[in-house]
Design a protein around this ligand. Structure first.
Ligand code: FES
Ligand SMILES: [Fe+2]
Length: 397
């Protein structure tokens, strides 16, 4: 990735034990995080909309591994996308028999559930190689209208519901989602999402915020609860006087400020009533993050999630999910709102500002400032959770 090749002004990356410029950070304090350029193994990742995975094999790349996805009998299966015979992607093949996929080249036919070589079509029914080759498989599941794949080290995958945001497991929700392949390392995307300082400045021009004020700066602390760390806004400053420079704010007569009592539950302007499912969670702060790169932004009537899915060291999938916990006819306004403008303004133009920054971030080296405590705490969470889970180098097999 760009950041790990170092910036032009340094000839070699600074070492933890050696002298380095005061205040300048490399990532060696978080060795596992530093090593996880292609992501952390041992987690479930969303990779595609369920509707896109059909009986025709499809290739996705996750943590640098090429994976074939196919639907058979209503169930999605995931196999390593490289035929062991001559290395052709299995995703170029077809299903010739129920519960199997056949390679496009010589017709080696693998069981979808267990990866076992069931037939080598061009060597006849008694081909001696049958049963002697097993193609690696991956656990796959469907949640929130998406296909999720587990990448691990052969251990049994933990139930996916243990990894999803708890409120999405415990409560029915309607969701609007966007999946976009983006350039840039997944860690830059996650750090950008949880970064406390940027929203108030970078996003002040976003159309999504056009009628909503943003503070100039906040006093924030980071609180851990369960597997999440929360940004807790202690105090917001809507104007600031910078000595010798003047005052600065992002106010305008047409912009609303959120009511004071909902400071920690989203800056959405006018809402005073909080959805009962959201209120029941008692989130200590409106922005939180958990492994393996899941951002949760809580608003009074919906929750926005971002999943930063490592494709490889240079690319990630941005998976934005907006969830609303209304039932029945009351879900209608959410659909109208999501399809009418949220999809375009929030998952579109607002999020494109983040995409822009993630593409051009070049760190380390870096020199952090006070609001970056959020970023440091995220790295610490990843480091403390993930010993030995960095993506292994490709085996080429
Ligand atoms: S390369 Fe797959 S069957 Fe020959
Ligand atoms: Fe942002």
């Amino acid at each position: 990735m760009r950041g790990e090749s170092g910036a032009p002004e340094v000839s070699s990356p600074p070492r933890r034990s050696g002298p380095r410029e005061p205040g300048r950070q490399d990532w060696s304090s978080w060795p596992h995080y530093q090593a996880a350029a292609s992501g952390f193994r041992g987690y479930w990742y969303p990779v595609a909309f369920s509707s896109r995975i059909t009986g025709r094999p499809t290739q996705v790349t996750l943590l640098g591994e090429k994976i074939m996805l196919v639907r058979d009998g209503g169930t999605v299966f995931a196999l390593k996308d490289r035929c062991p015979h001559r290395g052709v992607p299995l995703s170029e093949g077809k299903r010739q028999f129920p519960g199997t996929v056949s390679c496009a080249y010589h017709g080696w036919t693998f069981g979808l559930a267990d990866g076992e070589l069931k037939a080598a079509i061009t060597d006849g029914p008694a081909s001696p190689i049958c049963g002697k080759v097993r193609q690696p498989t991956y656990p796959a599941a469907e949640r929130l209208g998406m296909v999720w794949v587990y990448v691990g080290e052969g251990e049994d995958a933990p139930p996916i519901d243990e990894q999803l945001p708890e409120e999405l497991v415990d409560n029915p929700a309607v969701v609007g989602a966007r999946i976009q392949r983006r350039t840039g390392n997944w860690r830059f995307a996650c750090e950008n999402g949880y970064d406390e300082g940027h929203a108030k400045y970078l996003h002040r021009t976003a159309l999504w915020r056009v009628f909503k004020s943003m503070p100039v700066w906040n006093e924030t602390r980071i609180e851990r609860r369960g597997r999440w760390i929360y940004r807790v806004q202690e105090k917001q400053y809507w104007d600031a006087d910078f000595p010798g420079l003047g005052t600065w704010n992002s106010q305008a007569w047409y912009k609303q400020r959120p009511p004071k009592d909902v400071t920690n539950i989203g800056n959405t302007g006018s809402h005073r009533e909080v959805d009962p499912v959201i209120a029941a969670q008692e989130f200590p702060g409106f922005a939180s993050v958990s492994m393996p790169g899941v951002l949760r932004i809580v608003y009074p009537t919906f929750i926005h999630y971002e999943f930063y899915v490592p494709i490889d060291a240079e690319h990630h999938l941005y998976v934005g999910v907006m969830a609303n916990f209304s039932r029945g006819i009351r879900t209608l306004p959410f659909y109208v709102k999501y399809l009418g403008f949220v999809r375009w303004l929030f998952h579109g133009q607002f999020s494109a500002q983040d995409k822009w920054m993630v593409e051009i971030t070049d760190a380390p080296p870096e020199k952090l400032y006070r609001p970056d405590d959020s970023l440091l705490k995220w790295r610490k969470l990843a480091e403390d959770t993930c010993e030995g889970r960095a993506a292994r180098p490709k085996d080429g097999g």
